[in-house]
Design a binder for this molecule. Structure first.
Ligand SMILES: NC(=O)c1ccc[n+]([C@@H]2O[C@H](COP(=O)([O-])OP(=O)(O)OC[C@H]3O[C@@H](n4cnc5c(N)ncnc54)[C@H](O)[C@@H]3O)[C@@H](O)[C@H]2O)c1
Length: 438
């Protein structure tokens, strides 16, 4: 395998994991970040995010010398005597604007900086999730900031990793998607990804950009679909987990993303759905299905408050223990986590909220006001009128429920992720409600 010199701009969930994994594949990588605090941590060998397997890779490649960190694109593109970066990945954030469109100003800033620092042929690869036609804009931006006419190519390489399993997802993906406009860029990217044993789908740049938005929107659609079915199950007494099992056994449908619950959150699905709707709208197509997916998700996120009211009647002064804050297990990411909205709603009703999450507590302490931060799950349920499971961390699935029952004021469990055995809990004397299951 050929070793390449790679610069990654943006060392967040995607950039840092990609950098560590590309180093693991044998490449020389420099990860750049403009956040001084984050950079200082990374340079000291500390990992600013929680992601299984990442600490080990960062330590390993700090030692191997394959992975370094820099505070500017100018520094990150230089590999000393070996030459400059052959490939620069853009992995900065593309947050939503109030209109729902993606804010691409970070992408533009990086493209300009790369252009200003290029000294030889460079492939500028967009890994951030962006709307279709961003590649055209990146190309124009590089042209404007490239007075010496250094040859370059723009490419798209959307990232499909999921937080919580990001390292494995990067190293063992279902596929690698690469959108290119030249054979030269294609060959370079094929060589970068050669050690990965997965099919590579090579397309034009626009198709690659669309693959990412379409994939995330489709997965979100599956979640909202089963949540809508769950609603019907609640109204009729059917069991959504049985319905999902029966549907998922059909290989054309599959079992993934057919688990009913209190809706999706996180940094990707909500904003990508919105951005996909917006770009379609701006091209003159009203992609109504996406709006319905969002509406169903909003309704799903309100499940906890509906159930708390149904169980506790007047909410003022009642105590609710919220277990799980991260938007999914095995991550500390709280961006667009349903927990935040649910807690805000409970607080609007003057509920006393106690929270606990195995890893997201430090981040939660900077975001949540007026809640009690418990030391562990048992401490959280002490004196609670009701336990609300928001994130299905493994340790919450394995609680000692006899102990939980003794600690609670009233033994009521609202299972927002359908992980508990209702019959068993009812047998122990709990009142138990889950999403779309009798
Ligand atoms: N988080 C995910 O699970 C995931 C998965 C696939 C794709 N994506 C997409 O990848 C992109 C990045 O997401 P993320 O979760 O890693 O975001 P993030 O916020 O964790 O990381 C982005 C990083 O870029 C840095 N940055 C911003 N501008 C910069 C600049 N000019 N120079 C250097 N660094 C700069 C920020 O300081 C930050 O550390 C987004 O478009 C996202 O939609 C995310």
């Amino acid at each position: 395998m050929k070793q390449h010199r790679i610069c990654i701009v943006g060392s967040g969930y995607v950039g840092l994991v990609s950098g560590a994994c590309l180093a693991e594949l044998g490449h020389r990588v420099i990860c750049v970040d403009s956040d001084k605090k984050k950079l200082a941590l990374l340079k000291r060998g500390k990992n600013p995010i929680y992601e299984p397997g990442l600490d080990e890779l960062l330590a390993k490649h700090r030692r191997s010398g394959n992975l370094r960190f820099a505070g500017s694109v100018a520094e990150g593109m230089r590999f000393g005597k070996a030459g400059d970066a052959e490939v620069v990945f853009i992995a900065v954030g593309t947050p939503p604007r109030p209109s729902g469109s993606a804010d691409l100003s970070f992408v533009e800033a990086v493209a300009a900086e790369v252009a200003e620092n290029m000294r030889s042929y460079t492939v500028l690869v967009d890994k951030s999730t962006v709307p279709v036609e961003t590649g055209d804009w990146v190309k124009k931006t590089v042209e404007r900031h490239n007075p010496r006419n250094i040859p370059f190519d723009v490419a798209s390489n959307p990232e499909f990793l999921a937080e919580g399993s990001a390292v494995r997802d990067f190293l063992e993906p279902d596929r690698v998607v690469v959108g290119v406009a030249s054979k030269r860029a294609e060959e370079l990217l094929r060589s970068v990804y050669a050690p990965i044993k997965a099919p590579m789908i090579v397309t034009d740049i626009k198709s690659a950009e669309l693959i990412k938005h379409a994939s995330n929107s489709f997965l979100a659609t599956k979640i909202s679909f089963i949540n809508a079915v769950a609603e019907l199950c609640e109204k009729t007494g059917a069991d959504v987990s049985k319905v999902a099992e029966g549907m998922g056994a059909d290989r054309r449908i599959g079992t993934h993303f057919l688990r009913a619950g209190i809706g999706f959150g996180g940094f990707c699905f909500p904003k990508d759905l919105e951005a996909f709707y917006w770009i379609a709208q701006s091209k003159g197509y009203d992609f109504k299905l996406l709006k319905a997916v969002q509406e169903i998700n909003e309704h799903a996120k309100a499940w906890p408050i509906r159930q708390v009211e149904a169980e506790l009647w007047n909410l003022e002064g009642k105590s609710v223990a919220v277990l799980g804050l991260a938007f999914k297990p095995d991550t500390d990411d709280l961006r667009y986590a349903p927990s935040l909205e649910i807690i805000a709603k409970l607080q609007e009703h003057r509920v006393k909220v106690t929270v606990y999450d195995p890893v997201a507590m430090p981040k939660a302490k900077t975001l949540l006001k007026g809640v009690r931060f418990a030391k562990n799950a048992y401490d959280a349920v002490k004196g609670a009128d009701c336990l609300l499971l928001v994130t299905e961390w493994k340790e919450f699935c394995e609680l000692d429920f006899s102990r939980v029952k003794k600690l609670m004021r009233h033994p009521i469990i609202l299972d927002g992720r359908n992980v508990y055995d209702g019959a068993k809990l009812r047998g122990l004397g709990f009142t138990y409600r889950s999403v779309g299951r009798p």
